[in-house]
Design a protein around this ligand. Structure first.
Ligand code: FAD
Length: 291
């Protein structure tokens, strides 16, 4: 379909990157998912949240406060304390028990079943055999000057897409010329950076922790991406960095319990969608749901 619609190789690549976020490559993803690009371009567009994405969290918190909802932070659920046909309570990492009539689990539905509930069908070996979406390598930069030649959305492409897409998910090293996406919200929304400064987010799709386990090289990887970008937009970024935060797949795993650092959970492979995907209602406990 892309071949028929576009002549430019770069545009074809950009339109096919969506399949990375679905957890596969454009050469293996069912073409039905091109509808995602279609609806975005034809109907909805991309939405920017004034003040940045975190504004959504703040607004939800304000609403929840009105309903007297109490939120308990920094508490990791690590096991089942008590069950007899229904789930009565879960335990956290400090051994505290949490009782409820109904439980809604917001962490990854497959790995929660395996690692917390110890279900055999979701053991580590079986989880590792499933197909997982890309692991993000992300860089957050605060830069103390305005950056020319960067726009709101920016794609930095290499010139070996077929080979890149074929090896990216199963390699233990990042390609020397990675493809990456850069978002600069301060291009449109001045509230996201101090006056005269920019706020830059870089996302580089990477192999997950099954393939690349050691990310001690994360500073070097980030430096090489920043240098590559500086060269390509003809602007020295490095000497203007005020804030730099790097999250490798290890950080994504540790911070959010994302299985093997996979950013978007199970991939949307044919055998992992619809009825084949782990259900939102638990198979055993009638009062346990996943969202
Ligand atoms: C780099 C990156 C870029 C993305 N970009 C976009 C985008 O541009 N647009 C878009 O629509 N989506 C994007 N996504 C996807 C989007 O962020 C997710 O789909 C969304 O955050 C999922 O929301 P959630 O509430 O289901 O889960 P999460 O946001 O993952 O929340 C789950 C929470 O549960 C906590 N948790 C996990 N395990 C436990 C446990 N055992 N005990 C207690 N707490 C636990 C985690 O710490 C986390 O806070 C992106 C994701 C990534 C990683």
């Amino acid at each position: 379909m892309l071949e028929e619609t576009f002549e430019s190789d770069e545009v074809k690549v950009i339109f096919s990157l969506v399949s990375f976020f679905l957890g596969s490559t454009p050469f293996k993803t069912p073409s039905i998912y091109s509808l995602l690009n279609f609806t975005e371009f034809r109907h909805d567009g991309y939405w920017h949240i004034n003040g940045g994405m975190y504004t959504i969290v703040e607004e939800i918190l304000t609403l929840l406060k009105k309903f007297d909802v109490e939120i308990i932070y920094n508490t990791e659920i690590t096991g089942v304390a008590n069950s007899n046909g229904v789930l009565n309570s879960l335990t956290d990492s400090k051994g505290k028990e949490w009782k409820a009539d109904r439980f809604i689990i917001n962490s990854d539905a497959a790995s929660f079943r395996g690692l917390i509930l110890n279900r055999k069908k979701f053991s580590r070996v079986k989880l590792d055999r499933m197909k997982w979406s890309l692991a993000p390598f992300t860089i957050y930069l605060g830069v103390n000057k305005k950056i020319p030649n960067l726009y709101y959305h920016n794609y930095f492409l290499g010139n070996n897409f077929t080979e890149y897409a074929g090896t990216l998910f199963t390699s233990d090293t990042l390609p020397s010329k990675p493809y990456y996406y850069v978002n600069m919200p301060s291009y449109y929304d001045e509230s996201t950076a101090p006056p005269g400064c920019e706020n830059i987010f870089i996302l580089c799709p990477s192999p997950d922790l099954r393939y690349k386990k050691d990310w001690n090289d994360k500073n070097e990887i980030a430096d090489s991406i920043i240098s590559d970008m500086s060269e390509r937009i003809n602007c020295d970024i490095k000497s203007h960095i005020e804030v730099k935060e790097i999250y490798s797949p290890v950080d994504w795993q540790n911070k959010f319990n994302l299985y093997q650092g996979s950013g978007l959970g199970l991939s949307h492979d044919m055998l992992q969608v619809g009825a084949f995907r782990p259900s939102n209602k638990d198979e055993i406990f009638p009062n346990l749901y996943y969202v």
